[in-house]
Design a protein around this ligand. Structure first.
Ligand SMILES: [Zn+2]
Length: 396
């Protein structure tokens, strides 16, 4: 029995054949690009199967088994994973103009620069966002001078509400939220007041706050209580003092309440102080898993434990996370955190054609935390190719 859809498509194919034989010189191809034969994993539609992905006009045109139509360009994805373009919500790629292009090669087709600068230098990161090949936005550091060796807001006068408000008002399109770094070496005893001011600024524009947690002077419960739905906690695996878990292995009630009201919890891999395997294990064991993976990417990430987002996505396989669960945390989940990405993180027909091709290699791998401790793993994801807005990106 032939379904109506199959009949119609067969009829359309026959009609096309009589008018324009395939391969006839001068006829435009049906699609711009077909990614053939890969294992397509798209958690947004619960798909995990061998499929072809056809792209036309910069958008996903079809995700089907054995697409027979022709295309201008073809990628042979046999043996590879084909997933929605990755979204990294905690990076510092906008500190240099090269950053966005470098992470694009890792499969990152959308990014957030999380507080590299404050009001004083906001123009620099916005220039990087404007010239980036893929969509990117910035979080303004509530500390007006940005990242400071002596601590962004150790001098409370740097948490300047007026300056931040003014910068956002002038750059509404490019600033997606406010970043507050609260560790003791960044904010000292000002942590609570710094967050209160960041929230004051963000709320007046309807924007989220992202807090950098861990090793704060104030108890974490007191800080997380200031977060509203849609705000983000990054560095959620930060070890004590003031982690999200208590000494007896229970997630703090204030943290559970925050998740219930819609606060997101993000990894923010980073390099120093943000992730230690024993804390990761204790938190994973409770079932309080991250909503999103992120790298906290900087120019030296390649040579530290970060390497790239696919590597960071591989780190929790040993704690029970499946491949699909890991991919969801770098695609559909982050697409819900910032409105900029609301139509991304998916391979739905009609969505922007941002695609990451990854390789899942089996072997002996070592994963690094921020304290020079390693865990062994048997699987690791590697970036293989990137398609942005339907176009194949050349790897350096
Ligand atoms: Zn960061």
């Amino acid at each position: 029995m032939v379904s109506r859809r199959e009949f119609l498509s067969a009829a359309a194919g026959a009609a096309m054949l009589t008018r324009a034989p395939r391969g006839f010189a001068g006829q435009p191809a049906a699609h711009d690009l077909i990614i053939r034969g890969g294992r397509v994993i798209d958690p947004s539609v619960r798909l995990d199967a061998i499929r072809d992905v056809a792209i036309a006009g910069g958008r996903i045109a079809a995700v089907e088994a054995n697409i027979t139509a022709d295309a201008t360009d073809t990628i042979d994805a046999r043996g590879k994973l084909v997933v929605p373009g990755l979204i990294d919500i905690h990076t510092h790629v906008a500190r240099t103009t090269e950053g966005p292009g470098l992470v694009l090669q890792d499969g990152v087709t959308g990014w957030i620069d999380a507080g590299s600068v404050g009001a004083d230098h906001i123009a620099d990161v916005i220039a990087a966002a404007r010239s980036a090949p893929q969509p990117g936005r910035v979080l303004i550091n509530i500390g007006r001078a940005g990242l400071l060796p002596e601590g962004d807001t150790m001098d409370l006068a740097h948490a300047d509400v007026g300056a931040a408000r003014d910068a956002i008002a002038k750059n509404r399109e490019w600033i997606a939220g406010v970043k507050a770094r609260l560790s003791r070496e960044v904010a000292g005893a000002n942590d609570y007041e710094v967050l209160r001011r960041a929230q004051d600024v963000a709320t007046s524009f309807g924007l989220p706050v992202m807090i950098h947690m861990g090793q704060t002077i104030s108890p974490f419960s007191r800080l997380v209580d200031l977060l509203k739905p849609g705000d983000i906690v990054t560095h959620m695996f930060a070890p004590p003092p003031n982690s999200i878990i208590d000494d007896s292995g229970h997630i703090l009630p204030a943290v559970l309440a925050a998740r219930r009201r819609g606060v997101w919890f993000d990894v923010g891999n980073g390099q120093t102080g943000h992730m230690r395997w024993d804390t990761v294990e204790a938190i994973m064991r409770t079932g309080f898993w991250p909503d999103t993976f992120s790298t906290d990417w900087t120019a030296n990430s390649r040579t530290t434990g970060v390497i790239d987002l696919p590597n960071c996505m591989s780190k929790l396989f040993g704690y029970g996370m499946t491949l699909t669960e890991a991919i969801a945390r770098a695609t559909v989940n982050p697409s819900r955190v910032f409105p900029l990405f609301s139509d991304r993180g998916t391979l739905n027909v009609g969505a922007p054609a941002d695609v990451a091709l990854l390789e899942l290699r089996e072997g002996q791998f070592e994963f690094l935390d921020n304290f020079k401790n390693t865990i062994a793993g048997r699987q690791r994801l590697f970036p293989s190719a990137t398609v942005l807005a339907g176009k194949r990106i050349r790897r350096a």
